[in-house]
Design a protein around this ligand. Structure first.
Ligand SMILES: Cc1ncc(COP(=O)(O)O)c(C=O)c1O
Length: 454
């Protein structure tokens, strides 16, 4: 039957593309212009949606509007950065006020200090912190820091783990999960990177036994690799393993930070990392979002007073780190979250119930068509043969070539946007509520009915 459903999904794409073209003529025009100046017509390949992406001009709360006036419930939320919804008034106002005297002053400012003090209070295991300009950059410095501390080179990462485009971590992201993940990336730059499957302790231990490993770096809930939750005890066992092998544990909390809980995955799963990497929400929805925090004795390796010789300390820096706009946006956001912690309980309940409802719809016809994964407000929907517990299940277990893409387009035409076209990843904000959740559930139900009923 799955072949029949997939064929119907393919036919549906052709029908829906006609309707999409009718409803989005201005986006189409802009995309044609964009093809001449942006490679692939987009600012970032991941933002490409077939047959062309809607061009967005306005966001407010959980919604977006495109240049043709179509409105959408957004489940992508600025790559997950906009935890308080689009254009939150309190953040915009705070940044406007603080930046009246300059966006970037280029010297130390009290805003960055106050934010760092707040973060070290609420993030478990983060005794000291430094800001970075992006999640990628924060991961790059985290790797260097782990190597400096342990005086070892090897890094263990997880299949499907996405840490940005930094060379040493730009491997093992998509099948076959080995070799450089990009053209122009020499094999040499990943020669110290060992890739192991998520939720596989044996593979992690084998790598630790075989190589002098500086750190295991892991997204506590796999993000781009499928929004997959760790199995019970996996993260705690990784913690124990790295301790046994004198290695470090790095949590990439770029997605999970301030999302699963105010204190991110470290709080949610009650497991402390040695180094935690932040991005997205840490910048309060503003550009330049990144931070590296962790144990004081590890972070001290960034201390130029203690280590005046640049060769003996681990470098970190950047023109825009700690700029007023980003730290004020981040501070205002995190302070609001701290004062409204009940938002997390609400999200936990709501998106847990969404996962259960998705699972029910996925098996409503007697056959199991799809599966919900995730934790907190991270939701993955997979049209796979088994429930994914690692990225290879997401990619290798797909039963159709068109079913995911057709859902994305169907949802778009019914007022819902999410990425990617290959797997539904929902990263709702904390202002999304039951109406938005229900809109997704209803669309999924209608879509499944459409491809399964004669
Ligand atoms: C878990 C994770 N780490 C790192 C990054 C890279 O962050 P940035 O895009 O800010 O460089 C991302 C981005 O999506 C991410 O999801």
């Amino acid at each position: 039957m799955m072949e029949v459903y997939d064929r119907r999904a393919s036919t549906l794409i052709s029908e829906l593309e006609v309707e999409y073209a009718r409803r989005t003529p201005r986006s189409r025009e802009l995309f044609e212009r964009a093809l001449k100046v942006f490679p692939g017509g987009v600012t970032y390949a991941i933002r490409y949606l077939k047959p062309y992406p809607p061009f967005i001009v306005k966001g407010e709360g959980p919604r977006l509007w495109d240049v043709d006036g179509n409105s959408y419930v957004d489940f992508w939320m600025g790559h997950g950065a906009n935890i308080l919804g689009h254009a939150p008034r309190i953040v915009l106002d705070a940044v406007a006020e603080a930046t009246k005297s300059g966006v970037h002053l280029g010297f130390e400012n009290p805003y960055a200090l106050e934010y760092a003090e707040l973060l070290t209070k609420i993030l478990p295991g983060v005794e000291m912190i430094r800001f970075a300009n992006s999640g990628t950059e924060a991961n790059m410095y985290a790797v260097r820091l782990a190597r400096s501390y342990t005086k070892r080179n090897y890094i263990v990462k997880v299949e499907g783990g996405w840490h940005g485009g930094y060379d040493a971590l730009h491997t093992g992201v998509t099948p076959p999960f080995k070799g450089p993940e990009s053209a122009g990336l020499p094999e040499d730059s990943i020669k110290y990177t060992i890739v192991v499957p998520f939720n596989d302790l044996e593979a992690a231990e084998e790598a630790l036994k075989k190589y002098p490993v500086a750190a295991i770096i892991v997204e506590p809930v796999l993000g781009a690799g499928g929004c997959i939750e760790p199995e019970e005890g996996y993260l705690k066992a990784l913690r124990d393993l790295v301790d046994r092998y004198d290695s470090l544990l790095v949590f990439d909390e770029v997605i999970t930070g301030f999302r699963l809980a105010l204190g991110g995955a470290q709080e949610y799963f009650n497991v402390k990392a040695d180094i935690a990497v932040y991005g997205k929400v840490v910048g309060g929805g503003y550009p330049g979002a990144g931070a590296i925090g962790g144990r004081g004795d590890v972070m001290q390796l960034l201390d130029h007073i203690k280590y005046p010789d640049p060769r003996s300390r681990s470098f970190h820096g950047g023109t825009f780190v700690g700029n007023v706009a980003t730290v004020v946006a981040g501070y205002t956001t995190v302070k609001y979250l701290l004062e409204n912690r009940s938002l997390y309980e609400r999200a936990e309940e709501l998106w847990g119930s969404v996962r259960r409802r998705v699972d029910r719809i996925c098996s409503s016809g007697g056959e199991r068509l799809c599966w919900a994964t995730g934790a907190g407000s991270m939701v993955g929907v997979h049209f796979t043969n088994v429930k994914p517990r690692r990225a290879s299940d997401v990619y290798g277990g797909r039963w159709g070539k068109h079913v995911e893409e057709a859902l994305n387009l169907y949802a778009r035409l019914n007022g819902i946007l999410y990425l990617s076209g290959r797997t539904a990843h929902l990263l709702p904000s904390l202002v999304h509520g039951e109406p938005e959740a229900r809109s997704f559930i209803e669309i999924l139900e209608a879509y499944i009915a459409r491809i399964t009923r004669d």
